[in-house]
Design a protein around this ligand. Structure first.
Ligand code: SF4
Ligand code: SF4
Ligand code: SF4
Length: 278
């Protein structure tokens, strides 16, 4: 919760995982805002809800009032914060992964646990990246990796034309097609546009980004590891990333700054070994 500019008042941040609330929970929050605040709520930039204008002597009563509805109070300080997530393949037609399921799993394991500084996790269900994975200490995107089968290819060049990052080079004269995996952003457009079925899915799953942050000194997180194919692998990767941060981060140092010192290869090696990942 945040101490407000006005003396004696607090803005109480609630624990809302992935921006999901049931209708009954919304009703409880509305009533709490009436009873303990001034009848208004604030929606935060990380999908959360805050009840502002709560008097210090009402904080305990507010928590007790909300508890039966399953709405808790958010954490602050050097801890793992509430996870953000889109609706993923549960709802969104573009979704590749079940973002809320991973958000719930991360929240269950790590929410409120200590870290050298705040540690944020965000999950985007696909490459459209509505949850801005690279702005998080650990970010996740749904990802589709293509596989080319030369025997079915007519070298029409459609896949190269639709690829948003020019990751594909087609050479009809030599009968070759090269996918530059370092440029591929896992959109799957080459697969859906291939008229002959020569481009298919090699893997579908979770891509991990580490070390991102926003605020005063923004830094975009970088991609580590290969495509992880299960929620459990993604969870293990995030666990190992957090362990690495605890081992190498200085107090009050954001993870992105830690990685500037250690380098990303050190993190990647650690995560691969600890979590047994590709
Ligand atoms: S990131 Fe993808 S799956 Fe998630 S809401 Fe955006 S378009 Fe849908
Ligand atoms: S779109 Fe399909 S058939 Fe055409 S070049 Fe690409 S892989 Fe080959
Ligand atoms: S998946 Fe997307 S980015 Fe990757 S090669 Fe295919 S079209 Fe290009």
């Amino acid at each position: 919760m945040m101490r407000q500019a006005e003396a004696g008042l607090f803005s109480v941040r609630l624990h809302v995982v992935g921006g999901r609330l049931g209708a009954a929970q919304l009703g409880a929050i509305r009533e709490a805002a009436d009873r303990f605040g001034r009848g208004e709520v604030h929606l935060t930039s990380r999908q959360g809800v805050e009840i502002p204008n709560v008097r210090e002597d009402s904080l305990s009563a507010l928590k007790e009032f909300l508890a039966p509805s399953g709405v808790g109070v958010g954490v602050c300080g050097p801890t793992v914060r509430t996870v953000t997530a889109c609706q993923g393949c549960r709802v969104c037609p573009s979704g590749v992964i079940d973002s809320p399921a991973l958000a719930d799993a991360v929240d269950h394991e790590f929410y409120g646990k200590p870290a050298p500084h705040k540690f944020k996790v965000g999950v985007s269900g696909c490459i459209n990246n509505c949850m801005k994975a690279e702005e998080n200490d650990a970010g996740v995107k749904g990802w589709i990796e293509p596989r080319w089968t030369g025997s079915s290819c007519t070298f029409c060049g459609v896949c190269a034309a639709v690829c948003p990052t020019r990751a594909i080079t087609v050479s009809p004269e030599t009968g070759s097609l090269v996918i530059d995996r370092s440029l591929c952003i896992g959109c799957g457009d080459c697969i859906t546009s291939c008229p002959s079925g020569a481009m298919s899915e090699e893997s579908r799953g979770y891509r991990i980004f580490a070390g991102g942050k926003f605020g005063r000194k923004p830094f975009l997180g970088k991609r580590i590891l290969g495509v992880l194919t299960t929620k459990e692998e993604a969870l293990a990767a995030i666990a190992a990333i957090l362990e690495f941060f605890r081992a190498h981060g200085k107090p009050r140092e954001r993870f992105g700054d830690t990685l500037q010192r250690t380098g990303f290869p050190a993190l990647e090696s650690y995560v691969k070994e600890k979590a047994g990942l590709p």
